[in-house]
Design a protein around this ligand. Structure first.
Ligand SMILES: Nc1ncnc2c1ncn2[C@@H]1O[C@H](COP(=O)(O)OP(=O)(O)OP(=O)(O)O)[C@@H](O)[C@H]1O
Length: 237
């Protein structure tokens, strides 16, 4: 891969297989998944419950090692990296949004957004300002001092989105980000996530089984029993 293509590809997944041992013998959860996400691209991974979506997202998010295949993030092949190197790359290049918000209950909204900054080098005043700005961007500047228990589900997910973007990741990974919200709130939160990510040039890979969520992204990948393909039906006129 040349340096130019590497910088244009936020993510390259090459022939990823994942096999887990079970009492009945080895179970293959992923059968050679391959795809590329370009810089600034938004895509959805769709599939039924149990098809392997979360397994694939965990591998892309460097939380799980694939049995075979390669995941290249921002031009960096990851399969041979140590756990510490993978953790560093994850903190530098990836942001995460989950269904359950996963905010720290005893920290305010502003403190939750700034939390990822504390994992790296000392926080600069510019980074603190950026965290405050992000809270404004998700429409919660007025709620900076509130604790998660005093925010609605939609508001908590907006805080989680701001937190995921605070270190300016190249790629945002979202696993069923609207799954715990009612339809209207979910749509508003997803639109916000995509708008804020686009404004910052961040690629987005969202796992969902919701057609309405997938329709808002630029591209759909379909996973059926661990086999991934482009969703051609979605591309049809
Ligand atoms: N470590 C494991 N050992 C055995 N089976 C596993 C393991 N991890 C996942 N599975 C199984 O692999 C399949 C795929 O799981 P995965 O969580 O990736 O599916 P999913 O598409 O995200 O499902 P959902 O939409 O319900 O969250 C499921 O049948 C799950 O039970």
């Amino acid at each position: 891969m040349t340096a130019t293509t590497a910088t244009l590809q936020t993510l390259h997944v090459d022939d990823v297989h994942h096999v887990v041992p079970t009492v009945q013998g080895d179970l293959t959860l992923l059968h050679g998944a391959s795809f590329t996400i370009a810089a600034g691209e938004t895509a959805a991974i769709m599939g039924r419950s149990g098809s392997g979506k979360t397994t694939l997202l965990s591998i892309v998010g460097l939380m799980l090692r694939a049995t075979r295949g390669e995941v290249v993030i921002a031009g960096q092949p990851t399969s041979r990296l140590s756990d510490a190197e993978r953790a560093r790359l994850r903190n530098q290049t990836l942001g995460f949004v989950f269904q359950g918000y996963s905010l720290v209950p005893h920290l305010t909204a502003a403190e939750n957004v700034a939390l990822p900054l504390s994992y790296g080098p000392a926080v600069s005043s510019a980074e603190r300002r950026a965290a405050a700005q992000l809270l404004e961007m998700v429409g919660l500047g007025h709620a900076a001092r509130r604790y998660p228990r005093h925010l609605s589900g939609g508001e908590q997910q907006r805080v989680a989105i701001a937190r995921a973007l605070v270190r300016s990741p190249g790629l945002l990974l979202a696993d069923e980000p609207t799954g715990a919200l009612d339809v209207a709130t979910g749509e508003a939160v997803l639109d916000l996530l995509l708008d804020v990510a686009r404004a910052r040039g961040t690629s987005v890979l969202v796992v969902t089984h919701d057609e309405a969520v997938a329709a808002r992204t630029g591209r759909r990948l379909l996973i059926v029993e661990g086999r991934l393909s482009e969703d051609q039906a979605a591309c049809a006129p």
